[in-house]
Design a binder for this molecule. Structure first.
Ligand code: HMG
Ligand code: MG
Length: 301
């Protein structure tokens, strides 16, 4: 299959990238990061999560973050929503897109959302119905599609079950997520092909954590399958508090380097993106995990 000519990058740094930080990152920093990312040309920025603050304290400032963003016309700011309580708060905060997040294994579903897969799907169906009635679009993420920290290998059929349910409840896009980065190119292709037998590939997205250094390769494997929307995190920040040992998402700079090299259009300015990464890494006091950002900086020095 020919590679897509255009790719949509969903920047998840402000949410996935920061949710695991032990020290509270001030809302003002999250807002500044979002502003820098939108200035770099990113069109979709996952801004925060309306989850329980007892479960993820780092996202407790969700309403402050939403209130502080100077929204750029055309940019979408999706937020994670696990239940009706989260949706009500997201609506009050003026969210324009909600992300429900299911899992392909029972153990991960229980650890991440304290319910079984099907209980979670029933909650999401209620959330999706109410969100859509409010004019809020809904994306559906599926965790642990390429391996589970508690159950190991995951059968593509388990991913398909969740994907079909998310599709039936009205999710406009369904994201295959490699939560712990154990996926390889062949596995990635197999699971995408299994889901694509039921959901049009144009409505699928990829979300790859880079724990084993495979994420850029998995993005390429997904591109070859026809996927044209990818989640990524500036500087490779991130991880899920309920997935032990999982490191950050694929770095947005590394995905952009791949896409620029393939002549695929994204609308993102690499220098401004690297500067956004420098900003958040400076605040966190840690070096970027993006190989491309490091190399481009070193060359310019
Ligand atoms: P629970 O404890 O079963 O919920 O958690 P509950 O309904 O029994 O409520 C417990 C307390 O939380 C109550 O407060 C509720 O009001 C409150 P109390 O009465 O004790 O004072 N509460 C809330 N507060 C604010 N916002 C809410 C909310 N809901 C309940 N929305 C629940 C169930 C789903 C809420 C919890 O498990 C949860 O919040 N889980 C989210 C965990 C999470 O955010 N994980 C990281 C994001 S997912 C991820 O990173 C993966 C992804 O990147 C893809 C990939 O890589 O795989 C997306
Ligand atoms: Mg993630």
């Amino acid at each position: 299959m020919a590679l897509p000519q255009k790719v949509r990058i969903v920047e998840v740094g402000p949410r996935d990238g920061l949710q695991n930080e032990a020290t509270q990152v001030p809302a003002s920093v999250k807002i500044e990061l979002i502003h820098r990312l939108q200035d770099a040309g990113i069109g979709i920025i996952e801004a925060t999560a309306f989850v329980s603050p007892k479960w993820v304290p780092q996202m407790a400032d969700n309403a402050d973050v939403m209130a502080g963003i100077q929204r750029k016309p055309g940019v979408i700011y999706p937020v994670l929503v696990p239940n009706m309580k989260g949706l009500e708060a997201a609506i009050a905060a003026g969210a324009d897109e909600a992300v429900v997040f299911g899992a392909a294994t029972e153990s991960f579903s229980k650890r991440n959302t304290n319910c079984s897969i099907d209980e979670g799907l029933a909650r999401f169906a209620e959330v999706a119905k109410a969100a859509i009635a409010h004019g809020i679009k809904v994306r559906g993420d599926i965790s642990v599609c390429l391996g589970c920290p508690y159950e190991g290998e995951v059968a593509p059929a388990a991913v398909v079950h969740v994907a079909q349910a998310l599709d039936a409840m009205g999710c406009y896009e369904i994201t295959v997520c490699d939560t712990i980065g154990t996926g390889t190119a062949g596995k990635t292709r197999r699971v995408i092909e299994a889901v694509a037998r039921h959901i049009p590939i144009e409505r699928m997205a990829g979300h790859f954590h880079d724990t084993y250094g495979q994420a850029v390769t998995n993005v390429y494997a997904a591109l070859e399958c026809g996927i044209a929307t990818f989640d990524s995190s500036v500087s490779g920040l991130g991880g899920c508090p309920y997935a032990k040992g999982a490191t950050g998402n694929v770095a947005t700079e590394d995905v952009l380097y791949l896409l620029d090299g393939l002549g695929i259009e994204t609308g993102i300015d690499m220098q401004k993106l690297i500067a956004a990464g420098d900003y958040i890494c400076g605040v966190l006091g840690r070096p970027t995990l993006s190989r491309a950002a490091r190399a481009i900086r070193a060359k310019a020095a």
